[in-house]
Design a protein around this ligand. Structure first.
Ligand SMILES: Cc1ncc(COP(=O)(O)O)c(C=O)c1O
Length: 512
């Protein structure tokens, strides 16, 4: 249970590659040479003679029990949704139902190979065919490609589709509009697809500024990339007018579905006027993500845009399912084979177990959780709710720790570290960029009222501690497996991943 007395395990656990010299299910006593092994086992240890390599490969060498203990100790030092709340705004870190995990690891689907003959994988194709139809229904689109492996890949897919659509019509539209509240992957994907990104400012209500949008629209506009509810958790209530303006200018509307959890089963992007949608299947439909597994960024389209979806698409003739590779206008493939199947299977099970009514309830619960938290935060000093504080939020809320920073010098980053000390995962910080000292909090539908209360209480305590002794807050975290890290070292491309290469450099004294 989270709280002030919470402590995380601290094992002096080496990297797996630092374990050497053991094999399989048994262990060899230290110092025993190959001849001794050969004598006991009664076989020449090295049958390859001169062909064998001079040096042992640098593979980890652990016995089975050591391997189990290694990962169990690492698990003790880790934290995830199975430990406690992970209210990372924009990430939708919800509980991953075990039934989905179980079914997706069923050998009848888990052991299939993408090169198998279609006749031998009819069951899987039927599941994917059904999933595609459900996702089209949920988003208000006509067809979907299950290929893109993540949200950002979905965005790139959508941006490439928009580009090809305009080119096919002989129109040179090279500007993509992106609101300043957007996730960084939106402008990045648009730029990768060859567009010039035009930033649209938010108004004082935290939604798209219509005047600025009108001024930006021109015959160069290819489209707009929007998420609704936006990253502030606010519903873009002028979306129908936005759609009209963009369409009248000859542009298309792209929906970033990372925030669908706040509205699924209630309102559909297709009905709001969007032409292309990506879904973060790994968020909205409860597949593990982040360190937990691969993503799925399904892209759906309607009308003429369907022709531009990556191929192959799954089709049905009678009782038989097959991949259709015909591609007159499509953008081609976006990924090898058919996408990341495991998260798609988990999404299938999640949607089947909830049904349309359950999906709607999940969205309502996520919204209730956000607004319960906002109610608890009323009167907590040090944090302010920018942009229309009286307006209810949907799936998430973004506070600013600016007042606390001004008063005590304690930053949003320090608050996040102090939360870790109480056994609570940090929120997303410093995003969206339009909020100073941002704390972006999303409890999802999974979280309990008690944990939401504990989170608000922890934020109040941290603000009080910051006023009493800011330097103490700046020393957090102390109760975690790893204390405050050197942020440059932790983010530098050469050191960010404790890969074996980094380990080898460290062993040679070339890295600290
Ligand atoms: C609003 C928003 N859009 C897009 C993305 C990109 O999704 P992914 O991380 O799956 O590439 C994210 C990811 O956090 C997001 O929050």
């Amino acid at each position: 249970m989270a709280g002030k007395e919470w402590r995380q395990a601290r094992w002096e656990e080496p990297l797996v590659n630092e374990y050497q010299g053991r094999r399989g299910g048994y262990t060899i006593p230290h110092g025993w040479e190959d001849e001794e092994l050969a004598r006991i086992v009664g076989e020449p240890w090295d049958r390859l003679g001169g062909l064998s390599r001079g040096e042992a490969p640098q593979l980890p060498g652990l016995s089975e029990i050591e391997l189990v203990r290694h990962y169990t100790r690492l698990a003790h030092m880790s934290y995830g949704v199975d430990n406690g709340p992970v209210p990372l705004g924009s990430c939708t870190m919800k509980y991953n139902p075990r039934v989905s995990e179980e079914l997706a690891s069923d050998p009848r689907v888990a052991l299939l190979h993408p090169l198998q003959d279609e006749d031998t994988v009819q069951g899987l194709l039927e599941i994917l065919w059904r999933l595609e139809r459900w996702l089209a229904e949920i988003t208000g689109m006509d067809r979907c490609s299950l290929q893109p492996p993540a949200g950002a890949a979905g965005e790139l897919t959508g941006a490439l589709m928009i580009r090809k659509y305009h080119l096919d019509r002989g129109e040179e539209r090279d500007e993509m509009l992106v609101p300043d509240s957007a996730h960084g992957t939106n402008p990045a994907s648009a730029a990768m697809a060859g567009f010039r990104v035009v930033k649209i400012p938010s108004n004082s209500r935290g939604t798209v500024d219509l005047e600025a949008l009108r001024a930006a629209l021109s015959e160069r506009t290819a489209g707009i990339m929007l998420t609704n509810p936006n990253t502030l958790g606010l519903f873009e209530d002028e979306i129908l007018e936005i759609a009209r303006l963009v369409h009248d200018a000859g542009g298309l509307l792209y929906y970033d579905g990372a925030n669908l959890n706040g509205i699924m089963g209630i309102v559909r992007p297709g009905d709001m006027g969007f032409d292309i949608v990506h879904l973060n299947v790994h968020k909205t439909f409860a597949s593990p993500h982040g360190g937990g597994g691969p993503g799925a960024g399904v892209v759906c389209a309607k009308g003429a845009l369907v022709d531009y979806l990556p191929r192959p698409l799954i089709e049905r003739r009678g009782d038989r399912f097959y991949w259709d590779y015909s591609c007159e206008r499509c953008i081609g493939r976006i990924r090898a084979f058919y996408g990341n199947i495991a998260p798609l299977l988990k999404a299938y099970v999640y949607i089947a177990s909830l049904s349309g009514v359950g999906l709607r309830e999940a969205a309502l619960q996520a919204t209730v959780n956000t607004n319960y938290f906002i109610a608890l935060m009323r009167g907590v000093e040090g944090y302010e709710l920018p942009y229309d504080p009286e307006r209810p939020r949907k799936h998430e809320v973004v506070y600013s720790a600016k007042p606390l920073h001004r008063e005590t010098g304690v930053t949003a980053g320090d608050v996040a570290k102090a939360l870790l000390d109480r056994g609570l995962h940090a929120p997303t910080i410093y995003f969206p960029l339009i909020v100073d000292e941002a704390l972006m909090i999303e409890f999802t539908d999974s979280e309990t009222p008690e944990n939401i209360e504990a989170y608000a209480e922890a934020l109040r305590e941290i603000a009080e501690q910051a006023r009493r002794s800011p330097e103490e807050v700046k020393k957090a975290p102390r109760n975690t497996s790893v204390a405050r890290v050197d942020e440059v070292y932790a983010n530098h491309p050469r050191t960010v991943t404790p890969s074996y290469r980094v380990h080898a450099l460290r062993a040679k004294g070339l890295l600290r």
